[in-house]
Design a protein around this ligand. Structure first.
Ligand code: SF4
Ligand code: SF4
Length: 211
């Protein structure tokens, strides 16, 4: 008996099966990249959460340090670059110190922050991102960071001074700055570091990375 045409179609053209996205498809690339660029042993993380428990600012992070490491393993690049975590992190390295597997959590988060700074992704914590960028600019210019010059450069960035005047923090910071100036704790001028050439070379090498 001949199979009807409609039935033949269903036999010869089966419904396309949606290919399951394997974690390794995208995770391996990002994981390898981060491990290669930072030297951190991200694969060794077994999610004990000691890094998060040691972190003094984890309450302000949308992705906790142990989760950030898991995200790197899974290749969830965008979520990480859009997170508040990378800007809230103080680089205090408590997480790295307390990790039993020497994962290098702080190094990873710091590196993610640098990748985000060079990407087109809008930072979740804009002011912190601008401050970070200004810090790097001041460091590149003189090889060291002078707080007086840093704060001046930061205030001159778009909207920063306006926002600070509006929320009242500028007056507070101005009074603090004047008090520090009077005590000689804030120097308006500073000499360039002797290592300036090496520092600027490192900047050039960093900018050459593929993001
Ligand atoms: S402390 Fe180390 S092993 Fe534990 S969750 Fe954090 S990164 Fe992973
Ligand atoms: S380096 Fe960052 S993530 Fe690690 S403990 Fe300090 S603030 Fe938290």
């Amino acid at each position: 008996m001949n199979t009807p045409v409609a039935d033949q179609k269903s036999i010869t053209q089966p419904k396309p099966v949606k290919k399951r996205k394997l974690i390794g498809d995208r995770g391996d690339y990002f994981l390898n990249r981060i491990e290669g660029e930072t030297g951190a042993n991200v694969s060794a993380c077994y999610q004990c959460e000691r890094c998060t428990n040691a972190c003094p600012v984890s309450h302000f992070m949308d992705i906790k340090p142990h989760q950030a490491i898991r995200y790197v393993q899974l290749g969830w690049r965008e979520d990480l670059l859009k997170s508040s975590t990378i800007w809230v992190c103080l680089s205090c390295e408590m997480c790295t110190t307390y990790c039993p597997n020497e994962v290098g959590v702080a190094e990873v988060i710091n590196h993610l922050r640098n990748i985000a700074a060079h990407s087109s992704i809008t930072p979740k914590e804009r002011n912190l991102a601008v401050f970070h960028q200004t810090f790097l600019e001041v460091l590149e210019k003189s090889g060291r960071v002078n707080e007086f010059q840093l704060m001046n450069a930061y205030y001159l960035k778009p909207n920063i001074l306006h926002e600070k005047i509006k929320n009242g923090s500028f007056k507070e910071e101005l009074l603090l700055g004047l008090a520090l100036l009077r005590k000689g704790r804030l120097k308006p001028f500073t000499s360039r570091s002797k290592a300036i050439k090496d520092i600027q070379k490192a900047y050039i090498q960093t900018r050459g990375e593929i993001v």
